[in-house]
Design a protein around this ligand. Structure first.
Ligand code: C5P
Length: 220
């Protein structure tokens, strides 16, 4: 079959990454984690002492870091100027700063171009997960999914085994980040008109995976 392009968007903690990776692996497709790219550029800016309260300063260096994404779903990789940043892009510092960086139009233009070239070069097809894939990056995707979940379900998933107070703090941080991502001017987190919305609150990961695999099957 021809290369199938699947866009999976939604707020944090809805199971986007786990679902996207598993679906891609199951169907032999490539996988792109676009959040990791925004985290990587944010990591570079933190490392280089850029003032992240100043959008002009962020825009000025938007093109400086060379970000490379490996698209094998069983082993996704991300490097900045050749350095493996898979672990450092997940720190609370980067997580708390990424929304300020990803809101800057020059950053989005640069990363969007990178994403489109990766999607265009896939032979077998690709699952691309993010916030604006269906609306902006790949508006002609064969299938668009928008994952949602209750704030409680999202915070619980993100904080894993942590105790009560941490769930609360995680939930607050998540809500803050989603509010910032949803309210920015340039390609905010949004459901595309032609996206299929799936509420994952009451579903197991396996059920969400099956649902997406079925939807892809209908498109092929
Ligand atoms: O998906 P993840 O939580 O790793 O994304 C990190 C951040 O990257 C998001 O909070 C958002 O600010 C940004 N992002 C974005 N557009 C995307 C993917 C992620 O702005 N397509």
């Amino acid at each position: 079959p021809a290369a199938v392009i699947v866009a999976i968007d939604g707020p944090s903690g809805t199971g986007k990454s786990s679902t996207s990776k598993a679906v891609a692996a199951q169907l032999g497709l490539s996988y792109l984690d676009t959040g990791a790219q925004y985290r990587a550029i944010t990591w570079w800016m933190v490392n280089n002492g850029i003032d992240l309260t100043d959008p002009t300063a962020i825009a000025a260096v938007a093109g400086k870091a060379e970000i490379v994404s490996g698209t094998d779903p069983s082993e996704p990789t991300i490097t900045v100027d050749g350095v493996d940043v898979a672990a450092p892009i997940r720190t609370t510092e980067v997580t708390s700063k990424v929304s300020a960086v990803s809101a800057v139009p020059e950053v989005r233009a640069r990363i969007t171009e990178l994403q489109r070239s990766i999607a265009a070069s896939t032979e077998q097809g690709i699952v691309v997960e993010g916030r604006d894939i269906g609306t902006t990056v790949l508006p002609d995707a064969d299938l668009k999914i928008f994952l949602t979940a209750s704030p409680e379900a999202r915070a619980a998933r993100r904080s894993g085994e942590l105790k009560g107070a941490d769930v609360k703090a995680t939930q607050e941080a998540l809500i803050k980040r989603d509010a910032a991502d949803s309210s920015r001017k340039t390609s905010p987190l949004a459901k595309a008109d032609d996206a299929v919305e799936v509420d994952t609150s009451e579903l197991t990961l396996q059920q969400v995976i099956e649902c997406v695999v079925t939807l892809i099957g209908e498109k092929r």
